[in-house]
Structures are given as structure tokens and as C-alpha cells.
Design a protein around this ligand. Structure first.
Ligand SMILES: O=C(O)CCC(=O)C(=O)O
Length: 302
């Protein structure tokens, strides 16, 4: 459980030391703690170190302003299957997990060829006007450019020959057509991708994203978008963990990009390289849109 999630359960503070004799003799306190104790009571500290101590600080409990809520336990998805992970507010969000989509031999061969032969490079993105290098390598295939995080990957129609039969196999499994592919390469456990949704207007509404993993297993996390009254606080949202192993295909469908975010977090123990191929369909940016606009802001721009 994260620090923030743990802290959300306790409310209180270390009280300032009160002046010794605050009440004139003979008055009755309306504070329950004082009603049953004689004035100047100074209980002896317990010899076991429990119970009242001779310290100058006391912990003051404050009635929580919001009801105490449980953080939902993280769910784990690791078996092959179709999963409806939520209903609403934007519709049904679905995951389909296909471990062993590629056999170990196919996946081994594909991994070593793609690692050596794809044109990997490190992209520079922008956040609040500041440039930062992505903590992973990428390359892009598609007839259209793709913009996210204020930086554009140029159109590239020179598909590596191995990627075309792979795309066909993924299309057959998903009953979808894909015109583009974003390839990610995580060099080790320190490479990552932060929380985001694939919800650029250029991906259209309710996109299906097909993600094929090769190489070392990494954990793919999803977290539900909090309702508006939480003001962007993700403390109490549902979370799902999906370990993605060599040769696994994961489909994200329906409202998943509207109602959930996903990430692959850094890991602090050794991890070998991992390639993730995310097949998508990209549409021309609507007239008047700044490239890379998120779908939820696109309507406002027109
Ligand atoms: O590496 C992964 O499994 C996820 C990649 C991803 O989230 C993305 O390309 O948008």
C-alpha cells in the first residue's frame, strides 16, 4: 500500500502542550477525558512502557471530515480470458488476455530480430513547457504521424517485414484492423511508461489497442479514473495488475481508454529487456485540432 493510501486512514495530530492549570477550581469540564479524573491527576508511567507516559506531547484525535473508506484491494488478472473490468460511466471497459499467443520459440526469435533490427530511438516529450527524454526507446509505423505528450512521431511506411505477418495474426485474434504500430523497448527495470490513457482524438472514440509483449515480464497496472467529486485523487480507485509475459497478447477494448489509465512502472530489481508492440488505428486529425489533443478536450476546440 502506498504511503499516501496508508496516511489516508489516520487523522490526528500531535497536540501542543496545554498550559498546566487552565480551569479555575470547581468548574466542570465538558471534555469526557477530564470528567472522571481528579484534577492534577498524574498517572505513573507503566513499567512495561505501555499506558500513560511522562511525555510532554499527546496525540489528539480529530473526527475525520470524510467517512473512513477502505482502499479497494488490487485485482490481479493472469489467466487467459475476457474480462469486463467496469460498467460506466462511459460504457463497458473490457480486457482480453491471451498468454502464449506466440509460442516460446516464435517469441524468442521475434524478440531477438526486433531488438536488433528496429530503428529504436529515445523521444523527447514536453510537460508544462519542459522537455524530458522518455525513459524507454520507441519507433513508429503508420501512414500518418502520431502526436502525444506534445511531440510527434513522423509517418513511417517502411514496416519491418516481420511486423506484417504479426499484424495479420493480431488482427485475426482481435477481429479489428490496425493501420499503425507504436513499438516500446524497455532496456531494463528502470525503463517505464507513466500513467496515461491512449485517448488522443486521432485514435477515435472507444479505440481497441492490441498490445503484444516480448522479452522479460513486466507488470501492466490499470487504475480507474476517479469520479469528479474526488478532484483527481486516485487514492480510493480500483486497481488491476496484469503481468505481461513473453508472447502474451492483451486487448484493451470498449471504454477502457475513457474510464481507466495504465502504466508500466519502474522496478527496482533486475529486469532484462522487453519489447511491447501496440497496434492501433490512427485517423487524420480533425480540421482545426492541434495534433495530439486528448479526445475529451477535442470537442471544446471546434
Ligand atoms: O508496455 C506496455 O505494456 C504498455 C505500453 C503503453 O502503455 C503504450 O504504448 O501506450
Amino acid at each position: 500500500m502506498s504511503d499516501k493510501r496508508q496516511r489516508a486512514r489516520v487523522q490526528g495530530s500531535w497536540a501542543k502542550q496545554l498550559p498546566k492549570h487552565t480551569r479555575p477550581a470547581g468548574t466542570v469540564s465538558n471534555n469526557h477525558q477530564h470528567q472522571h479524573q481528579p484534577q492534577n491527576a498524574n498517572p505513573a508511567p507503566s513499567s512495561w512502557g505501555f499506558g500513560p507516559q511522562n511525555t510532554s506531547e499527546t496525540f489528539e484525535f480529530h473526527q475525520p471530515t470524510k467517512p473512513i473508506r477502505d482502499v479497494p484491494p488490487e485485482k490481479v488478472i493472469e489467466q487467459a480470458g475476457d474480462y469486463e473490468i467496469s460498467h460506466g460511466p462511459s460504457g463497458v471497459s473490457r480486457l482480453r488476455l491471451l498468454p502464449g499467443f506466440l509460442s516460446t520459440e516464435e517469441a524468442d526469435w521475434m524478440f531477438s530480430k526486433l531488438l536488433a533490427e528496429l530503428p529504436w530511438s529515445q523521444k523527447t516529450n514536453y510537460r508544462q513547457g519542459e522537455a524530458y527524454d522518455e525513459p524507454r526507446l520507441t519507433c513508429w509505423y503508420g501512414e500518418l504521424a502520431y502526436t502525444y505528450a506534445r511531440s510527434t512521431m513522423a509517418a513511417n511506411t517502411q514496416w519491418h517485414p516481420l511486423l506484417l505477418p504479426l499484424r495479420e495474426a493480431v488482427e485475426q485474434a482481435s477481429s479489428c484492423r490496425f493501420n499503425s504500430l507504436l513499438c516500446n523497448m524497455y532496456r531494463d527495470g528502470h525503463d517505464s511508461i507513466g500513467w496515461h490513457s491512449d485517448d488522443e482524438a486521432s485514435l477515435g472514440a472507444k479505440p481497441t489497442i492490441a498490445s503484444l509483449s516480448l522479452g522479460d515480464t513486466r507488470v501492466f497496472n490499470l487504475r480507474k479514473q476517479p469520479p469528479p467529486e474526488e478532484n483527481g485523487d486516485y487514492t480510493y480507485v480500483e486497481q488491476i495488475r496484469v503481468p505481461l509475459s513473453h508472447g502474451t497478447l492483451l486487448l484493451m477494448e470498449g471504454a477502457t481508454q475513457d474510464d481507466w489509465q495504465h502504466q508500466v512502472a519502474k522496478e527496482y530489481h533486475d529486469r532484462g529487456p522487453r519489447i511491447n508492440l501496440t497496434f492501433r488505428t490512427v485517423y487524420p486529425e480533425p480540421e482545426g485540432h492541434r495534433p495530439g489533443t486528448k479526445l475529451r478536450f477535442a470537442a471544446k476546440q471546434q
